[in-house]
Design a protein around this ligand. Structure first.
Ligand code: FAD
Length: 624
């Protein structure tokens, strides 16, 4: 049957990409249908219950800055929050939250349920309605035809999904869910380049069977970091610790003795797996000289005993999984609640997409998430938001929008994908961004919320909070520039004590804030200074980072300009990349495979960072 109502945008798949896509489109005022296998699994985390981390939290905060749901759901569901790289510069600092799987999903569901212009339908999409080279709607597996201006496809690991546990195989989109085979076949008949990737997950454990006294405790940070720009600590549920365990030589012996029963090593799996989330069999095989690997013992939630042992993702058979787990100190009596497995699935070459994430071959059809060759909730959510907003803009006859590489990690992600493609699951890192001093997680709102407002993604509450914060930063910057500390005053005396020498001349507070020995808090309480310091931590943080970073940003720009000047520098075809010190093994391997002819070509290879190009430049100069 033809469904009687027509939609502006249909989103297929209610995972991390699909939910952000549907929310973005609906926020912009478009009548949006989210068509998904199962309404109960909206926002489900297929693998580890954690959001954020290096490079990924930048995407989460950008989604948040553009009005998306992921950061808010993390604040509502997060049971352990930490800032990674806290001692390093703000550009590489990253917030990571362990999430309660059930609470996170409930938070996403709550946000979806309360979004105007958005409705759900539970059923599998089996076909697309394509008229010439334009998509017109979707047909469900039971034959209901939904019509729309645009369609966003966010089907994750489900297209042609095959699950492997040892040499046993079954068809599935992830454990407990059916695959999307009919849709996969239909898409394979369209002119897209399709290939296979794989990813894996560890067995889950019952916390009651673990000996926590043998494990190292890892508490969250205090004060607890917050993920959303609109969030606060009071929203967080009870906070808990994670723990750390270690594999040992016995663990590695068991794995190596059974590699022939691993689908990856016996050649059953064809798809390439994620380099940065390798299976334990991969780690033991590839890094044979390492006697031990860390295993993070992460709770799955507050109302369950299930544990996610992060670091031992595996597709070995169940009997070997049990032996591997029980060989680890503290896990000797562990009970496995769910076996680990690997999954292979279809993905589309993202070079067949435009910056808007619309496909090049079928108009009004957009792809987002894991089907574009990425891995991770954050990468999926960010693409979903972009595809949803562009699907809505197309439905409204407006030009597409995409951020540039110097505006957002989302810009880096999409540009990398569509210009370079990917041969392995792509995950975000700060090293992928050449403008990472500008693209910090702390300033995602300052970079994007105004644009988000213009695009119709940002509601009045967020806009009011953001405007207030931005004005407070401007006011405080102006005050710091206008307030002077004169030698011989009580304020100068207080500053001298902090920096260990007297002030030789007058300084503005802004000049003083640029000094490495002084922080905003040191200057806040100086006696006899006009005006009050700001009480809002996020404003104070921003003022401090901006002051301290000004010089570095200028230098980064110079570096980028210098690299641009050397883009035509030739690279010898016989260059021995293994002998170039400072390059990571991944980059060496890629350069040796591609053998780029110039530095410019090298810089465009996925994963070859601006820092690596700089190393190559220095190496070439030394060789001459
Ligand atoms: P998904 O979250 O997979 O959501 C897809 C949604 O589409 C589901 O709701 C599904 O029901 C729906 N759907 C599919 N087909 C149809 C259809 N025909 N009709 C209607 N609805 C449909 N990421 C990491 O970062 N690190 C890891 O180590 C890691 N390991 C993983 C291990 C496993 C076993 C799996 C399954 C995933 C793993 N991931 C990992 C990936 C992470 O889960 C994904 O990156 C993320 O969930 C992708 O989000 P998505 O929205 O693209 O797809």
């Amino acid at each position: 049957m033809d469904y009687p109502d027509r939609f502006d945008v249909i989103v297929i798949g209610g995972g991390h990409a699909g939910t952000e896509a549907a929310l973005a489109s609906a926020r912009m005022g478009c009548q949006t249908l989210l068509l998904t296998h199962n309404i109960e699994t909206l926002g489900q985390m297929s693998c580890n219950p954690a959001i954020g981390g290096i490079g990924k939290s930048h995407l989460v905060k950008e989604i948040d800055a553009l009005g998306g749901a992921m950061a808010t759901a993390t604040d509502l569901g997060g049971i352990q929050f930490r800032v990674l790289n806290a001692r390093k510069g703000p550009a590489v600092r990253a917030t990571r939250a362990q999430a309660d799987r059930i609470r996170y999903k409930a938070a996403i569901r709550g946000i979806l349920e309360n979004q105007d212009n958005l409705t759900f339908f539970q059923q599998a999409a089996g076909d697309l309605i394509v008229d010439g080279d334009t998509v017109r709607g979707v047909v469900t597996e039971t034959g209901i035809r939904f019509h729309a201006e645009t369609v966003v496809l966010c089907t994750g690991t489900f297209l042609g999904g095959v699950i492997h546990i040892g040499l046993d195989q079954s068809r599935g989109g992830r454990a407990g869910d059916p695959p999307s085979n009919r849709l996969a076949e239909r898409l394979r008949a369209l002119p897209f380049r399709v290939d296979r990737l794989k990813t894996g997950t560890p067995p889950r454990l019952d916390a009651r069977s673990l000996d926590f006294s043998a494990l190292e405790e890892q508490p969250g940070d205090n004060p607890t970091p917050v993920m959303s720009f609109l969030g606060n600590r009071e929203q967080h549920p009870r906070q808990v610790s994670c723990h750390i365990a270690h594999t040992n030589e016995r663990t590695h012996e068991i794995i190596l003795a059974n590699l022939d029963r691993s689908p990856m090593y016996s050649g059953v799996i064809e798809g390439v797996g994620p380099r940065y989330c390798p299976s334990i069999e991969d780690k033991v095989h590839r890094f044979a000289d390492k006697a031990s690997h860390q295993v993070f013992i992460e709770p799955e939630g507050l109302d369950t005993h299930e544990i996610y042992p992060n670091g031992i993702s595996t597709s070995l058979p169940f009997d070997i999984q049990l032996k591997v787990v029980r060989s680890i100190r503290g896990l000797e009596n562990a009970h496995i609640t769910r076996p680990g497995y690997a999954i292979e699935y279809d993905f589309f070459d993202p070079r067949d997409l435009m910056h808007s994430l619309e496909t090049k071959f079928i108009h009004n059809l957009f792809f987002a998430g894991q089907i574009n060759g990425t891995t991770g909730y954050e990468e999926a959510g960010a693409q979903g938001l972009l595809a949803g907003l562009n699907a809505a803009r197309r439905a409204m006859d407006l030009e597409a929008w995409a951020p540039r590489r110097d505006e957002a990690y989302l810009g880096v992600l999409v540009d990398d994908l569509i210009t370079l493609g990917t041969k392995e699951p792509y995950r975000m890192f700060t090293s992928r961004a050449e403008y990472r001093l500008l693209l910090r997680e702390d300033n995602a709102d300052l970079r994007l919320t105004e644009t988000g407002r213009e695009l119709g993604l940002v509601d009045d509450d967020r806009w009011a909070a953001f405007s207030e914060k931005r004005e407070a930063i401007e006011r405080e910057n102006a005050r710091l520039k206008a307030c002077w500390v004169q030698p011989g005053t009580a304020a100068a005396q207080a500053v001298a004590e902090k920096i260990g020498k007297p002030l030789a001349r007058e300084y503005s507070l802004m000049d003083l804030l640029k000094r490495p020995e002084l922080g905003y808090a040191d200057l806040a309480g100086l006696p006899g200074i006009e005006g009050e310091a700001v009480a809002d931590d996020t404003v104070a943080e921003q003022v401090q980072i901006q002051a301290k970073y000004q010089g570095y940003i200028g230098r980064q720009q110079d570096e980028i300009d210098k690299l641009k000047r050397h883009e035509a520098t030739p690279l010898p075809v016989d260059l021995d990349y293994a002998g170039v010190e400072g390059l990571s093994n991944e980059i060496r391997q890629k350069l040796a495979e591609v053998r780029p002819e110039t530095l410019a070509q090298a810089s465009r290879i996925s994963g070859v960072t601006p820092a690596a190009v700089s190393i190559l430049l220095i190496y070439l100069k030394k060789r001459r």
